[in-house]
Design a protein around this ligand. Structure first.
Ligand SMILES: C[S@@+](CC[C@H](N)C(=O)[O-])C[C@H]1O[C@@H](n2cnc3c(N)ncnc32)[C@H](O)[C@@H]1O
Length: 473
C-alpha cells in the first residue's frame, strides 16, 4: 500500500527566538516553523510535520548545513532530548543578549516615550551548578521500564539522567543511587493519567552557602515503605554523598482524594528537620548576613547567589536616609526574605503571603535572625490590603515591594496599592509580560517607570527576572 508521507524535508534558516526560547524559521509561504535545538542563523535541513498545530509547524534538525556562530557544544550529554535546558547549545553572552532584547521589545513604548533607565542584564555568577533545588520524576513506560530524571523537551516522558549540570554533582549521584535502589524493588512509578502507582518525585535541595543537604522522596498513599525498605533507601542516599556532610532525608506521602484538599504526611527518616541557607547582602553600604531554615516544603529562590544579587540590586534603588524612619510593605513575600533584608533599613516592615507554610517559616526565620520590626500576615493580598486600609491606625508605607507569581498583580491588588500611594514601588517579576501590563496601569495613575534592571537567575533557559522601579510623579 502506498502510504502518504507524513513529513516534509526543507532547507531553512533560523530567524529568531520566541520569548519561550524556541527557534523560529519561516517557509516561502510565511508559515511559522519551530525547530527543536536550533540556533538563530543556523542553516539546516529540517524534517517538518505536515500538520499544523495551533497555526505552527513543528520540525527537527536532520542536518546542520551551516552552523550559527552563536552555537556552542552543550556540556550535557542529555541536552538533545532533556527539557531541563533549552539554550545550552548557545553561547552564554548571546543568551544574555536575547534576554535583554526580549525586555527591550516588551517595554519598547516606555523606552521610546519616557526616560526610563534600562540597565544591562546582570549575568549569573555561575552558569552551571547554580540551582539549589531540583525535582526529578519517577516514570515507567508500558513495558514497565523504569525512568528517574527530567521530562523530555516538548514531551511528557521522563528520561533517565546520569549527570545534570544545573546542580552540584552530588544531586546526580543521589539520583543514580535512588534509581539503583528502585531497581531492587517492584514498586510502580505513579501514573498521573490513571492516578495509580506509588513513586512520584525525588526532590533534592542544598544550602549553597552552607553545603547542607536534603533529599525528599514523595510517594502516593497507595502503599507505604516498610522499615527495611526505608533503611535501604537511606543507605543508598548516604552511600552516594561524602559521609561527613550534613544531610536530611524525608519520606513524604501525598494523600489525594477527589473533592478533598490534597494533604501531605511528612516523615523525617534521617538528619535535621531543616537545612540552613545564608544570604549575604551588601546593600546601601551595609553588609548583612541572614540565615534561613528551609524545610522540605518551603520555597526559597532556586539560585542563591543570584537571589543575593537580586535583593541587593533592588534595595540599592532606595535612599538610606529617606527610609530609616519609614515603613515598608512586602507583598507576595514568600518566606519573607526581602522583608527581612528591608527590616535592617526601615522602621517597620509588614509582609503579606498566601501560603500558611511560608508564613510560619518566615516567623521562625525572624526569630533565628532576631528581627523584631517585621510582621507577617497570612492571606490573599487582594483581601488583606482593604482590611489594612480600613484601619484608622494603619500607617501608609513609604515603600511597597511586589514579587507576584507569573500571573502578575490582580486588579484589586493594583487598586489597593494605588490607594496606599507609596513613594516608591519595587516590582520584581519573573514574567515581563504581566509586569508590563501592571506597570501600564500604574503609570496611568500618577506613577513613573524609572528603572528596568534585569537579572539572569537561570542560564540556559529563557527565563528573565526583572526589577522595575516606579516612583510617584
Ligand atoms: C515569586 S514568589 C515570591 C517569593 C519571595 N518574594 C521570595 O523572594 O522568596 C510569589 C509568592 O506569592 C505568593 N502568592 C500567590 N498568590 C498570592 C496572593 N493572592 N496573595 C498573597 N500571596 C500570594 C506565593 O505563595 C509565593 O510565595
Amino acid at each position: 500500500m502506498n502510504r502518504e508521507k507524513k513529513v516534509i524535508i526543507k532547507e531553512l534558516t533560523i530567524e529568531k527566538f520566541s520569548q519561550k526560547g524556541k527557534a523560529i524559521a519561516y517557509d516561502e509561504k510565511k508559515n511559522k516553523i519551530v525547530i527543536t535545538n536550533a540556533v538563530i542563523e543556523d542553516v539546516i535541513l529540517a524534517e517538518l510535520n505536515k500538520k499544523k498545530n495551533k497555526g505552527i509547524i513543528k520540525g527537527r534538525i536532520l542536518e546542520i548545513l551551516k552552523p550559527s556562530t552563536y552555537r556552542e557544544d552543550p556540556k550535557c550529554k542529555h541536552f538533545d532530548i532533556c527539557g531541563g535546558c533549552i539554550w545550552q547549545n548557545i553561547k552564554y553572552l548571546y543568551q544574555l543578549e536575547q534576554k535583554q532584547n526580549f525586555l527591550i521589545d516588551t517595554f519598547q513604548d516606555f523606552i521610546k516615550k519616557t526616560n526610563v533607565e534600562m540597565h544591562p542584564i546582570i549575568k549569573s555568577k555561575n552558569i552551571f551548578e547554580y540551582r539549589n533545588k531540583m525535582e526529578f520524576s519517577f516514570s515507567q513506560n508500558r513495558k514497565k521500564t523504569k525512568f528517574l530524571g527530567l521530562i523530555m523537551k516538548g514531551g511528557r516522558f521522563v528520561i533517565d539522567i546520569q549527570r545534570c549540570f544545573l546542580a552540584n554533582i552530588w544531586f546526580s549521584k543521589v539520583l543514580v543511587e535512588v534509581k539503583n535502589w528502585w531497581e531492587k524493588y517492584d514498586f510502580d512509578a505513579f501514573n498521573y493519567y490513571n492516578g495509580e502507582g506509588f513513586l512520584k518525585n525525588l526532590t533534592i535541595k542544598e544550602g549553597k552557602n552552607t553545603q547542607d543537604k536534603m533529599v525528599i522522596l514523595t510517594v502516593s498513599d497507595s502503599y507505604t515503605l516498610n522499615d527495611e525498605e526505608k533503611k535501604d533507601f537511606i543507605d543508598h542516599v548516604l552511600k552516594s554523598i561524602i559521609p561527613d556532610k550534613k544531610i536530611s532525608i524525608f519520606f513524604n506521602t501525598q494523600i489525594s482524594k477527589k473533592g478533598v484538599k490534597t494533604t501531605f504526611n511528612l516523615q523525617k527518616l534521617y538528619g535535621n528537620d531543616f537545612i540552613k541557607e545564608d544570604l549575604n547582602i551588601n546593600a546601601l553600604g551595609k553588609k548583612i548576613k541572614l540565615s534561613f531554615q528551609i524545610g522540605p516544603n518551603s520555597f526559597f529562590q532556586p539560585n542563591t547567589h543570584m537571589a543575593e544579587i537580586l535583593y541587593t540590586t533592588a534595595i540599592n534603588y532606595l535612599e538610606k536616609q529617606d527610609i530609616k524612619d519609614k515603613t515598608a510593605l512586602d507583598l507576595y513575600s514568600g518566606t519573607g526574605t526581602i522583608a527581612m533584608i528591608l527590616s535592617k533599613f526601615v522602621k517597620k516592615v509588614l509582609a503579606i503571603e498566601l501560603s500558611e507554610n511560608a508564613c510560619s517559616m518566615a516567623k521562625d526565620n525572624m526569630k533565628l535572625n532576631n528581627i523584631k520590626n517585621f510582621e507577617m500576615i497570612n492571606g490573599d493580598v487582594s483581601k488583606i490590603l482593604p482590611t489594612l486600609l480600613s484601619n484608622k491606625n494603619f500607617e501608609k508605607p513609604h515603600i511597597v515591594v511586589v514579587d507576584p507569581p507569573r500571573s502578575g498583580l490582580s486588579d484589586e491588588a493594583i487598586e489597593n496599592i494605588l490607594k496606599i500611594y507609596p513613594e516608591i514601588i519595587i516590582y520584581i517579576s519573573c514574567n515581563i509580560n504581566t509586569q508590563l501590563d501592571n506597570i501600564k496601569v500604574l503609570t496611568e495613575k500618577n506613577y513613573q517607570l524609572k528603572v528596568l534592571h534585569p537579572i539572569d537567575q537561570f542560564p540556559h533557559t529563557f527565563h528573565i527576572e526583572n526589577i522595575a522601579i516606579l516612583k510617584k510623579t
